[in-house]
Every structure is written in structure tokens, then in C-alpha cells.
Design a binder for this molecule. Structure first.
Ligand SMILES: Cc1cc2nc3c(=O)[nH]c(=O)nc-3n(C[C@H](O)[C@H](O)[C@H](O)COP(=O)(O)OP(=O)(O)OC[C@H]3O[C@@H](n4cnc5c(N)ncnc54)[C@H](O)[C@@H]3O)c2cc1C
Length: 387
């Protein structure tokens, strides 16, 4: 019996979805064996080639319409893919960012010409995507960004600096959040696509040295008078950036909540197996009442997280997921994930603190989930607005 036994919701109970999930699992078994992923952790980035392999296997742009080179499926297929990435521990492969967060910007807000221009290469893995919002001086306070995109002939000149950008070393398609009108607040913000191959003045900075998520190439990016043609303004209308972000962020937050619920579940599974095996004072750890109570609490909370995420997924599929509910899911599931993983690490004793034990790495990797995608404090600010 699985550690968390939440019935598959009706909207996910589908033969072809199961077949897709199984084929993704087989792909990761073949293409992302433990040794290869360990190398990515050492290099602090995934191989470029792996993205093409994933593209060939139909794992990129799963829910992008077929006419633009995608899989033509819906978001449930992405959910199945993200679940397999967590289960197979394919560290650093940022498909949830690429498929789940960035491609939807192009699908929802790109013009027909932009979709035709970018989506096929994003689906094949020829382009790896990133989104650059955060800056050294502005993360939560996005309206205060300093990066500008000033009109210059038939295009824009981008100047500024971004930091903490996931896929920052690999990305060749970057959605940059910039001010096209610095005299305005949110209304002066636009999203511009930088295709790095042709971008003179674009520079990648440090691959940042993080507490966890070793295989992820989170980086600094610099834009020094980078010219982009006017055709690279997403949606071709200035000042729409904040609206576009607000529309897509609930989706991003639900993906983080989903990953948190999955990780909580995996931590409980991992720990149940450990405490059934490890002995102290002549008995198995599972036989201590403290172990049982702690794991009973963890199992309960992980179950609640999964049920709430399933509910939010259903709302999303029905086009009803609002900012407040997505924020609740993001903050509560990531807090819960961190609480559960901490308890599970404790139950592993000293071995829990070793990187060779999955729970140790989960502890390091999960900490950021309360910070990125909008910190949990900002989630509470958003929820509080509805009180
Ligand atoms: C591994 C990693 C990957 C990331 N990937 C990306 C990416 O791909 N693209 C991208 O653009 N960004 C990315 N980020 C950045 C991330 O989104 C920001 O770190 C986050 O939004 C917080 O911003 P900040 O770091 O500037 O913290 P700050 O905004 O300085 O916040 C510091 C603290 O103050 C609190 N705080 C701020 N404002 C308020 C308020 N109004 N009320 C109460 N408390 C408040 C925050 O909650 C936090 O605890 C990533 C970050 C990390 C660590």
C-alpha cells in the first residue's frame, strides 16, 4: 500500500494519462540513471543534450497545441510528468518551469506569429526557457524592478541585472520583465523575449552556489544595451507585463504546491521504510510510540496536502483557480513539506544528515520552496486581501 492513499480524482483517472505517465517513467529510467543525474549535481547543471532527448520523447510542450509542435494534451499530462520527475529524482531538469510556467506565457499571451516562431523550438528542446523577474534589489517587490527596455527604432534596448534565474546558464529563450515606462508602476512593466544567441550585450554571470537543488543552474544575468526587435514584446502591447504575470502566477504557485505535496509524500514513504529496518535498544524504530505518532502526523498532513492540491488542480482545469486559493496551496503545502521533511530527517538520526541519504538532500532541496515563486509571506499578503 502506498504511504499516502488518496484516491485518484476522477479528472485524473484516464487510461491514456496512465500510459503517458508510464512512458515518462521509462524515459527517465533509460535516460536519467542515477549516475548521469549525479554528474549533473557535480556540474551544477543538466546536460543540454538531455533537453533534446526529452523533446524527442515528447516530454516538452506536452500541453502546447499540436499546430505549434506540442503534444496537444492538457495540463493533467504535465502534472503526470512532474510527478514522474519527482519520483525518479531527476534533479535539475526544470521541465516544470519550461512546460508548466514559461510555455503557458507564450501560448496565452503570444501573438500568432510569436507562437509559430518560438513554440516549435521550445517543444523540441532546441530552446531552453527561463523567466527573469528577480533582481538584486527587487524580488517580492516586483514593481520596483530597475531593468528598463527603452524604445530604439524598431525595437528596444534592455539594460539591467537579474539574479536567482533558474536555468540561467542553459536558457536561450528568456522572458525578461522590464520597465518600458519607468514613470509608471505596474502599468509600465512589459515582458520581452531575449533570444540569447543573437543578443549582443547579454552576459551570464555566476552559476550561484546554493544550499540545495545542486543540479539547477540558478544564475545571474546581465543586460547591457541588449537590442531586441519590437516583435519580441510578448503580446505586442506595452505595459501588459504585470497583468500577464498576475494571470500566470497562480498556475506557477500551484505547480510549486504540487511538487511540495509530492515531496512530502516521498519523504514519508522513504522514512517508513527506514524506521522499519533500523534498530535501537533491541527493537525497530517503528516500534517506538514516538516514531509512530510522528509518522502518523506526517501521513495526515501529507494526505491533506494531496487532497487540497487535487482540489486546486480541478479548479485550475475548470478555469476557476483564483490567486487567493493558489496562494493558500503554495504557502500551506510548502510549509507542510518542510515540516514533514524535518521530522523525517530527525527519524533518520545521523544518517538523515548525510547527503547520500535521499532525506538529507530533500531537506536541502525543499527549503527554497517557501521562498521562490513568491515567498510564503507574500502568499499571506495575497490571501489577506480577500479577508
Ligand atoms: C533557487 C531559486 C530559484 C529561483 N528562480 C527564479 C527564477 O527562475 N526567476 C525569477 O525571476 N526569480 C527566481 N527566484 C527568485 C525568487 O522568486 C525570490 O528570491 C523571491 O521572490 C523572494 O525575493 P527576494 O529574494 O528578493 O527576497 P525579499 O523580497 O528581499 O524578501 C526578504 C524577506 O522579506 C519578506 N517580505 C518581503 N516583502 C514582504 C511583505 N510585503 N510583507 C511581509 N514580508 C515580506 C519575504 O517574505 C522574505 O522573507 C529564485 C530564487 C531561488 C532561491
Amino acid at each position: 500500500m502506498p504511504a499516502i492513499d488518496v484516491p485518484t480524482p476522477a479528472f485524473m483517472d484516464d487510461e491514456s494519462l496512465r500510459a503517458f505517465s508510464d512512458s515518462a517513467a521509462r524515459f527517465f529510467d533509460q535516460h536519467a540513471p542515477v549516475k548521469r543525474v549525479a554528474k549533473w549535481r557535480e556540474d551544477k547543471q543538466v546536460e543540454r543534450e538531455f533537453w533534446r532527448e526529452a523533446g524527442q520523447a515528447g516530454l516538452l510542450g506536452v500541453s502546447v497545441p499540436e499546430e505549434y509542435g506540442g503534444g496537444g494534451a492538457d495540463f493533467r499530462y504535465d502534472v503526470a510528468l512532474f510527478e514522474q520527475i519527482s519520483r525518479k529524482d531527476v534533479d535539475g531538469f526544470a521541465a516544470s518551469l519550461h512546460n508548466g510556467i514559461i510555455l503557458p506565457y507564450v501560448v496565452a499571451h503570444g501573438t500568432e506569429e510569436q507562437k509559430k516562431r518560438w513554440l516549435p523550438r521550445l517543444c523540441s528542446g532546441d530552446l531552453v526557457a527561463a523567466i527573469a523577474m528577480s533582481e538584486p534589489g527587487a524580488g517580492s517587490d516586483l514593481q520596483n524592478i530597475k531593468t528598463t527596455a527603452k524604445k530604439d527604432g524598431n525595437g528596444y534596448r534592455i539594460n539591467g541585472q537579474k539574479t536567482f534565474i533558474s536555468s540561467g546558464q542553459l536558457a536561450d529563450f528568456i522572458i525578461v520583465v522590464a520597465k518600458t515606462d519607468p514613470t509608471q508602476g505596474a502599468k509600465g512593466v512589459s515582458l520581452l523575449v531575449v533570444e540569447t544567441e543573437e543578443a549582443e550585450g547579454f552576459r551570464r554571470g555566476r552559476k550561484l552556489d546554493k544550499v540545495g537543488q545542486d543540479a539547477a543552474d540558478t544564475s545571474e544575468l546581465f543586460f547591457d544595451d541588449v537590442f531586441v526587435p519590437a516583435d519580441n514584446l510578448l503580446g505586442m502591447e506595452e505595459g501588459q507585463g504585470f497583468k500577464q504575470l498576475m494571470k500566470e502566477l497562480p498556475h506557477e504557485r500551484l505547480i510549486i504546491a504540487l511538487q511540495a505535496a509530492l515531496n512530502a509524500e516521498l519523504a514519508v514513504e522513504e522514512t517508513i521504510a527506514y524506521v522499519k529496518d533500523r534498530k535501537a535498544f533491541g527493537q525497530r524504530l517503528i516500534e517506538f510510540q514516538n516514531t509512530q505518532f510522528k509518522l502518523a502526523e506526517c501521513k495526515t498532513e501529507a494526505t491533506l496536502a494531496r487532497v487540497f492540491v487535487n482540489h486546486c488542480l480541478e479548479e485550475l482545469m475548470a478555469g476557476r483557480l483564483d490567486t487567493a486559493k493558489a496562494s493558500m496551496a503554495k504557502y500551506w503545502c510548502t510549509d507542510t513539506e518542510n515540516r514533514i521533511i524535518d521530522v523525517c530527517l530527525q527519524l533518520h538520526g545521523g544518517y538523515g544528515y548525510m547527503n547520500e541519504y535521499p532525506i538529507g538532500r530533500m531537506f536541502r532541496d525543499s527549503r527554497v520552496s517557501r521562498i521562490y515563486g513568491g515567498s510564503n509571506e507574500i502568499m499571506k499578503v495575497l490571501i489577506a486581501r480577500t479577508l
